[in-house]
Design a binder for this molecule. Structure first.
Ligand SMILES: [Fe+2]
Length: 278
């Protein structure tokens, strides 16, 4: 029997190109994903599941998804994925035939992990950078959340339902967040809304629920909070999110950790053999 908290690793915005091609002529997103996969494989205790929250490919093309599939073959953990604005539903459905709720259209799905429901929502809109949850998806969310009112639920979608303050991203977030909010408020079992798209960590409250943006394994969107520059990116320290759920009273407790990707000095003990601080 597995001990410890439920651990859901979230990685986001992989932007895989065809082999040998760099994103924006500068970022090797494949090498970045390889480092991320190594970090996920080495993490202990092992996460129960990895959620990839959109923008798996960059253009997208079948060649990019085939490249992604080869890169993810090294991942020793089970994973599920949802589309972002750079993805194709049809290509993703073909390359990752997961247990989707609908036989066609949006790639929504529910995954149960040791008593916790993960509800994955497809916010992509064909050919558009912004996100929107269509009517069948919102209806499915309502029904899915109502089906098991006593289990905690974590929602995942690509587009943040809030403005992060970065002007060129704020105009391409979830444009119908006002339709998501009442659904979330009707179901107190929603403990977390986890998103991506902005390539940098952020946290706020939305509809009374902690709502996060996951950093990327590659480049970050420049933290320009005053429209000082053209849309830009910076290669900042890469990271992933680790959502840990602890079974406590009621719906339990969720803590999101940001885990840097790379080789770092340590861990070193605080205390020597005599029990005294070193
Ligand atoms: Fe995106």
């Amino acid at each position: 029997m597995t001990q410890g908290p439920v651990l859901i690793a979230q990685i986001s915005d992989l932007h895989i190109k065809p082999p040998g091609r760099l994103a924006y002529g500068r970022v090797d997103t494949a090498v970045a994903l390889e480092r991320c996969v190594t970090a996920l494989n080495e993490f202990r205790p092992r996460p129960d599941l990895v959620v990839i929250s959109g923008d798996l490919a960059d253009t997208p093309t079948v060649e990019e998804y085939e490249h992604l599939k080869r890169l993810l073959a090294r991942l020793e953990l089970p994973f599920v994925s949802i589309p972002g604005n750079h993805d194709s539903r049809e290509m993703m459905r073909a390359v990752f035939p997961q247990g989707y709720a609908f036989p066609s259209g949006p790639l929504n799905q529910k995954v149960e992990v040791r008593g916790v429901d993960l509800v994955l929502l497809d916010s992509s809109v064909h050919g558009k950078p912004f996100g929107k949850l269509d009517a069948p998806t919102l209806q499915w969310l309502e029904i899915t959340l109502a089906a098991s009112p006593n289990r905690p639920a974590l929602l995942f979608l690509h587009h943040p339902p809030f403005k992060a303050g970065i002007w060129h991203m704020d105009r391409q977030n979830l444009i119908n967040a006002a339709e998501l909010a009442p659904v979330v408020r009707r179901h107190p079992r929603v403990q977390l809304i986890a998103t991506g798209h902005v390539h940098r960590a952020a946290l706020t409250m939305f509809a009374g629920v902690p709502t996060t943006i996951c950093p990327a394994p590659n480049h970050a969107v420049d933290l320009d909070l005053a429209q000082l520059r053209q849309p830009s990116f910076k290669v900042e320290p890469p990271a992933f999110h680790l959502h840990s759920w602890f079974p406590e009273e009621g719906f339990g407790s969720v803590v999101t950790h940001q885990v840097p990707i790379g080789n770092f000095d340590g861990p070193h003990p605080f205390f020597g053999p005599d029990g005294k601080l070193l």
